[in-house]
Design a protein around this ligand. Structure first.
Ligand code: BT5
Length: 266
């Protein structure tokens, strides 16, 4: 059972000095966005036991039975231009990954742009939303995390199923927030760590963007957190948003050489 008091005592001094635990809410991102619009400062954290309208990107929903997941949104004012907001998603993804490792005994891969994966199954997703006009540097950013702990929808994965048994959610959140607190502002390190943890780089991928769909090779993540893809017609694309599916390589001998044989399923 999550306890705000245990999160606070496990966390100690940090920018996250306003931690609220709600039994039920429509969406923690909605609550924190409203607070940000009302002028709330950096460091507000809202965690819910249950969401009735949990949100993914675009118009998707985030599903989690009551008490089965970390459903959390944080308010950050990272002082970054709109072009660099991926770095905030990357920092939260890295912090969640580290907490899964230290508290849950599992080190997930990161899938660009916003997923934590165990193998090809989704363990957690991140939704970052800038609250002010995107041209304004220093705008507030609300970052929501849904992390499956003791249950998940079909096709996904939850931490206790793949880790070392029961997980203390308060310890997980305290660890995550402490790690995130230390990463904020150290953006060069964030992008370096993100590249090292990102399972998308070097993979053959299908990418779906608002502009269409392509198959290609994910070459890199640039300094702004954008994915650089060479499509099958040899064109280079720098993507700020999109959905990625990891594909089997079309070149099995190369796959064997790089040790990636059989890692992807889609
Ligand atoms: C995400 O979107 O992965 C971002 C999810 C963010 C959820 C958190 S919960 C706290 C905060 N408050 C909110 O209202 N939201 C944030 P996206 O990449 O668009 O993925 C959404 C898709 O993931 C859905 O369409 C489903 O296919 C799948 N999905 C839904 N629930 C899932 C779950 N519990 N585990 C794994 N996959 C899930």
């Amino acid at each position: 059972m999550l306890s705000a008091e245990r999160v606070r005592s496990g966390l100690g001094a940090s920018r996250f000095d306003d931690i609220r635990l709600l039994a039920e809410v429509d969406s923690t991102n909605r609550v924190v966005r409203a607070a940000a619009d009302g002028g709330a400062g950096e460091g507000m954290v809202v965690i819910a036991d249950h969401q009735t309208a949990g949100r993914g990107r675009l118009d998707r929903t985030w599903e989690a039975p009551a008490g089965s997941a970390i459903l959390m949104s944080v308010l950050l004012r990272p002082g970054l231009p709109a072009t660099d907001l991926h770095l905030v998603t990357a920092a939260v993804a890295l912090a969640a990954r580290a907490a899964c490792s230290s508290v849950g005994g599992v080190l997930p891969d990161l899938k660009w742009p916003n997923d934590l994966m165990v193998g090809e199954a989704k363990l957690a997703g991140i939704l970052a939303e800038a609250t002010l006009p995107t041209s304004e540097a220093g705008s507030a950013v609300v970052v929501g995390l849904g992390l499956n702990v003791s249950s998940c929808p079909p096709g996904a994965v939850f931490l206790q199923a793949v880790g070392q048994g029961p997980v203390d959610p308060s310890a997980l959140v305290a660890d995550l927030l402490g790690d995130l607190d230390r990463r904020m502002g150290r953006w060069d390190q964030v992008i370096g760590d993100y590249r090292a943890a990102c399972a998308t780089i070097g993979r053959r991928v299908r990418v779906v963007t608002p502009g269409g769909e392509m198959v290609g090779h994910a070459d890199a993540v640039d300094d702004h957190g954008r994915l650089v893809v060479t499509s099958e017609d040899a064109a280079r694309h720098v993507l700020a948003a999109g959905d990625v599916i990891h594909l089997r390589s079309s070149n099995p001998p190369t796959d064997r050489a790089s040790g990636q044989e059989g890692r992807s399923t889609q």
